[in-house]
Design a protein around this ligand. Structure first.
Ligand code: C2E
Ligand code: CA
Ligand code: CA
Ligand code: CA
Length: 279
């Protein structure tokens, strides 16, 4: 299936509204999922291409529902946004990710950076930065070790709000990455106007990079442009050695993808990073 961030979102929303009509219980089940402890976070490593070491980790939510089994986030996050349940779910995600990061920090990984996905609804709410601040205070996590991933589509929706909100977030000491970069519009304006640190090139470009000259050219241009604006670049969806080598040649800073490690439970990630730092 063709994958573009925007189209994907629309398809999921349509699929879900029909599913929701079929099953009135989804809302109730999603509502209960937090108290019933059905959510968990999986963690995917992010590697520095120069040093080859694991420098960061992205937290990805998983819902293990007794009614539906494992529900991928692409299916329930859009619904959670529509229903407002995204608020308590996001709160749980951020807090859980912070607590896990503090555990890793206290172990042998004091500089590991945790990336957390921020939904459009959340980001657009007026109290967003206050909310982030309250989780920082509650958990005591070092804000310098936290990165918020905001999609390009979310960021361009209301530029005034985005600029202001991101300024407040950066002031708190967090990093900002633009997720799914290249799938929305106005990319250049975005990079110029927003106080961000990192560009995350969408996996659709990385997937086709080795076979498709156009995708390779886009990846090359995004990396060069980001660097000249003082931004770091991470490529997502790296699935093979060839892509890794190509990205290295293009001087991409960081990579993430199945080739390095799939998203995994926290214990597996601890074992992964321990064995990884030994070689
Ligand atoms: P995303 O933020 O773009 O996350 C990357 C997705 O690509 C993840 O899917 C990840 O498992 C997958 N992926 C990683 N490496 C590879 C690879 O090498 N090849 C391929 N084909 N895919 C790879 P996942 O975990 O199913 O998440 C899907 C989306 O759901 C995320 O896309 C994000 O938009 C959303 N999401 C996940 N967790 C959260 C969360 O805690 N909060 C919010 N608001 N959204 C979340
Ligand atoms: Ca995507
Ligand atoms: Ca992400
Ligand atoms: Ca992405």
């Amino acid at each position: 299936a063709k994958e573009s961030g925007r189209n994907q979102m629309i398809v999921y929303t349509e699929e879900l509204s029909s599913k929701v009509k079929q099953n009135y219980n989804l809302s109730t089940n999603l509502r209960k999922a937090i108290e019933r402890n059905e959510f968990s976070l999986h963690y995917q490593p992010q590697v520095d291409l120069r040093s080859g070491s694991v420098i960061g980790v992205e937290a990805l939510i998983r819902w293990n529902s007794p009614e539906y089994g494992m529900v991928p986030p692409g299916e329930f996050i859009p619904y959670a946004e529509e229903s407002g349940l995204i608020v308590p779910i996001s709160k749980w995600v951020l807090k859980e990710a912070c607590l896990q990061l503090m555990k890793w920090q206290a172990q042998r990984f004091p500089t590991l950076v945790m990336s957390v996905n921020i939904s459009a609804q959340q980001f657009r709410s007026a109290g967003f930065s206050k909310w982030i601040k309250s989780v920082l205070d509650e958990t005591g996590v070092d804000p310098n070790l936290l990165c918020l991933e905001i999609t390009e589509t979310t960021a361009i929706q209301d530029m005034e709000h985005s600029v202001q909100m991101l300024k407040e977030i950066v002031h708190l000491g967090l990093y900002i990455a633009i997720d799914d970069f290249g799938t929305g519009y106005s990319s250049l304006v975005l990079l110029k106007r927003l106080p961000i640190h990192m560009v995350k090139i969408d996996k659709s470009f990385i997937r086709d990079m080795s076979g498709d000259q156009d995708d390779a050219a886009i990846v090359k241009a995004v990396i060069a442009m980001s660097h000249s604006l003082g931004l770091s670049v991470i490529a997502e969806g790296v699935e093979g050695r060839e892509q890794l080598e190509q990205l290295k040649t293009l001087e991409c800073d960081y990579i993430q993808g199945y080739y390095l490690g799939k998203p995994m439970p926290s214990d597996a990630f601890t074992a992964y990073i321990q064995s990884y730092s030994k070689d």
